[in-house]
Design a protein around this ligand. Structure first.
Ligand code: NAP
Length: 244
């Protein structure tokens, strides 16, 4: 039987790397991307190839750059003629008052977190249409649904992803392609390393589950969406330990 293939952006660490591990453990061939930690991604790839015997293509570059994404999909087309799963995961945070934010910082956040989702989906969809199936999973945040003070632009990018998810799901449901988003709460990754311990403790106390989730738990959630019945589409699935 032909092996399944998944594309994961931002796969060098955190949630993306955890998704790569789960999918490889289920026999998926992978296309993995990151912007700068190529060595880390190579090590992950070697480990997964040795452990699970899967094929992996690494394409490093900036997914906020449309022309890079176009080139990435040219490389992907030479590697595989099918994409079963696209996980739009690459993202960056920005903490600070909106009035202190520069237009350059705003543009960087929008292009990294939101335009990348457009670009990767745009190039993956024709390949999925040809196969007559596919799953797109967008990694969003609870702040996209509810908004966070000090993270206005970040919240806007994730809110954009949520609307994109719902609308694209409607566009692609007749073609048997499902589009869903996971709205993560606080996940224990590098993204939150700049927050001081006292603030992290206060945050932990606000979460009914009493802890942050691990990247591995998000990856399990992603995998359950990938393997769920195809009737599940257009959903923004909150994964937040009861936080909101
Ligand atoms: P992370 O540990 O900081 O990892 C970010 C990943 O994205 C890295 O692989 C990084 O590559 C890659 N990346 C960043 N900018 C990129 C670009 N322009 N092009 C290609 N790759 C890029 O973050 P994480 O916590 O796993 O976050 C993953 C996703 O989950 C993000 O979309 C984030 O918004 C979302 N999320 C996270 C949390 C949380 O609490 N952690 C909560 C809600 C949502 P390099 O290693 O090369 O830099």
């Amino acid at each position: 039987m032909k092996r399944k293939t998944a594309v994961i952006t931002g796969a060098s660490r955190g949630i993306g790397a955890a998704c790569a591990k789960v999918l490889a453990s289920h026999g998926y061939d992978l296309i993995l991307n990151c912007i700068s930690n190529e060595k880390m991604l190579n090590e992950l790839s070697d480990d997964l190839k040795n452990r699970y015997g899967v094929q992996i293509l690494i394409v490093c570059g900036d997914v906020s750059d449309y022309s890079f994404v176009e080139r990435m999909f040219e490389e992907i087309s030479a590697f595989t003629d099918t994409i079963d799963v696209l996980i739009n995961n690459a993202g960056i945070a920005h903490l600070g008052l909106l009035s202190d934010m520069s237009i350059e910082e705003w543009n960087r956040l929008i292009s990294t977190n939101l335009t990348s989702v457009f670009s990767c989906s745009k190039f993956a969809i024709p390949i999925m249409l040809k196969a007559g199936s596919g799953k797109i999973i967008n990694i969003s945040s609870i702040w996209g649904l509810y908004g966070a003070s000090y993270e206005v632009a970040y919240s806007a990018t994730k809110g954009g992803i949520d609307s994109f998810t719902r609308a694209l799901a409607k566009e692609l449901a007749p073609s048997d392609i499902q589009v869903n988003a996971i709205a993560c709460g606080v996940i224990d990754t590098d993204m939150n390393r700049s927050i001081d311990e006292e603030s992290l403790e206060l945050l932990r106390e606000e979460i009914p589950a009493g802890r942050f989730a691990s990247a591995d738990e998000v990856a399990e959630m992603v995998f359950s969406v990938i393997t769920s019945p195809s009737y599940l589409t257009g959903q923004i699935i909150q994964f937040d330990g009861g936080y909101i």
